[in-house]
Design a protein around this ligand. Structure first.
Ligand SMILES: NC(=O)c1ccc[n+]([C@@H]2O[C@H](COP(=O)([O-])OP(=O)(O)OC[C@H]3O[C@@H](n4cnc5c(N)ncnc54)[C@H](OP(=O)(O)O)[C@@H]3O)[C@@H](O)[C@H]2O)c1
Length: 410
């Protein structure tokens, strides 16, 4: 039986107004938006003014409203709204990856306590239906890894940097002008947005809850045209990749630029598109590609969650209940590190170097180092260094290498 859904909508920006459009165009749903709460009473709206409210309690205290759709751009206010909605027994749909990634345990505990459903398909790759697939389809297939281009802004910037001779700042400005980048682009270009999405994917892939500080995020802020040139000359491309792989019962995960060849799923995913590659034990790799942002594409995933609520759908988190995996303490990864301050390269602690170039004003090394060291401020916040992972993520657990060394010594 389809349940009647009475929606209280928070936010009427890019995604909220998109949901209003797609819901009205969809005849299949037994759902209506009853009230809309926004923030700024002075803003011009595309709907009559009397349809908008500014007090969250107008929705939260309305016993007729059984679903809250939270589509606001403030993670702290969103957490407050979502937790209050749970406590009032309302189901919640959200697209807010920052809020979800920062509060995974509290949100899951609370929604269980109040017996409500919490769906968030749009939070990870907008229009790409990856979370529901991970929950339902791949449930019995042992998953080995997941990789994604989960941020349209950085993919747009990197694609244009690779196709044009413009500088990073010029392209970032263009991206802001066409609405692909926020006025404060930090969350996107420093890899935080991709990391929050990766944390959600890790939960639904391996059943593991992670804290933001457990997952390294390196961004693209310090990329130089010469780095792009290096990749181009070898027929390679640089992409910002969210990566998680299971090795035994350890999960290695990070967000970082990655130099990929044309065999990698990410190579042909360009501009604002997103893509996710899921690697399963028996089915091998499968790739989903779609729009990772935008009003109607993102709203379509929100609509799909709303539609699922008609049939009382809930994520079951079976993998979480059975999870034995833990984050790996450390791993050895292959990276490309470049700088225009040539002396600085000596301070990078490589275990092995495979390729090296030094000129007066530009130098790079390709080699292996410990993943853990990239979390140090020296690497993360040094504008003189650009760091990219290299190749098809040829990763080794540090603990396995040490065990091997010990067995050889004995
Ligand atoms: N845009 C995308 O393509 C996309 C893709 C995937 C996920 N998301 C996620 O979707 C969510 C919404 O993004 P968006 O792009 O639609 O943002 P947006 O265009 O900036 O709109 C934000 C909306 O939230 C409202 N708002 C902010 N604080 C509020 C509060 N405390 N109470 C009530 N309303 C509040 C704003 O009200 P006013 O109108 O009064 O300012 C505005 O209507 C975010 O979590 C974002 O990460 C977006």
């Amino acid at each position: 039986m389809r349940k009647e859904l009475k929606i209280g909508l928070f936010g009427f920006g890019c995604v909220g107004s998109g949901l209003y459009d797609v819901l009205n165009k969809s005849k299949l749903l037994n759902a209506s938006i009853d009230k809309i709460v926004v923030k700024d009473p002075l803003k011009q709206r595309s709907l009559p003014e009397d349809q908008f409210y500014y007090d969250p309690n107008v929705i939260l205290d309305d016993p007729e409203i059984n679903v809250v759709v939270e589509l606001i751009d403030d993670a702290d206010a969103a957490f407050d709204i979502v937790t209050k909605a749970f406590k009032k027994g309302k189901h919640v749909v959200s697209a807010n990856k920052k809020m979800i990634a920062e509060h995974l345990i509290e949100l899951l505990t609370l929604k269980d306590e109040y017996g409500v459903s919490f769906l968030y398909e749009a939070s990870s790759c907008a229009s790409i239906p990856v979370i529901r697939n991970l929950e339902e389809y791949y449930n019995n297939d042992s998953l080995a890894g997941i990789e994604g281009i989960c941020n349209g802004t950085t993919n747009y910037i990197l694609t244009r940097l690779q196709n044009e001779l413009k500088s990073f700042d010029e392209i970032l400005k263009d991206a802001q002008d066409v609405g692909f980048a926020e006025s404060d682009p930090t969350l996107d270009i420093d890899g935080f947005d991709s990391k929050y999405k990766l944390q959600i994917l890790i939960l639904h892939t391996f059943g593991l809850i992670t804290q933001p500080e457990e997952v390294l995020n390196l961004g693209i802020r310090y990329i130089k045209q010469r780095d792009i040139q290096y990749a181009k000359e070898k027929g390679l491309r640089i992409k910002l990749v969210s990566f998680a792989r299971r090795i035994d019962d350890k999960i290695v995960a990070y967000v970082a630029p990655q130099i990929v060849d044309d065999q990698n799923f990410a190579f042909e995913i360009n501009y604002e598109f997103n893509g996710v590659s899921i690697e399963a034990l028996f089915s091998d790799k499968q790739v989903f590609i779609g729009k990772g942002a935008g009003s109607h594409p993102t709203a379509s995933a929100v609509l799909s969650d709303v539609s699922a609520l008609q049939f009382d759908y809930k994520y079951e988190y079976k993998k979480f209940d059975e999870c034995k995996a833990q984050m790996a303490k450390d791993a050895i990864v292959k990276v490309f590190v470049s700088t225009e301050q040539v002396d600085l390269l000596e301070k990078v602690d490589f275990i092995e170097v495979e390729e090296e170039f030094v000129a007066v004003d530009y130098a790079y090394k390709v080699g292996r180092l410990k993943l853990s060291q990239l979390s140090h401020t020296f690497y993360r916040e040094n504008p003189e260094l650009f760091i990219s992972f290299y190749g098809d993520n040829d990763i080794e657990l540090l603990s396995l290498r040490e065990e091997f060394k010990e067995s050889v010594t004995v």
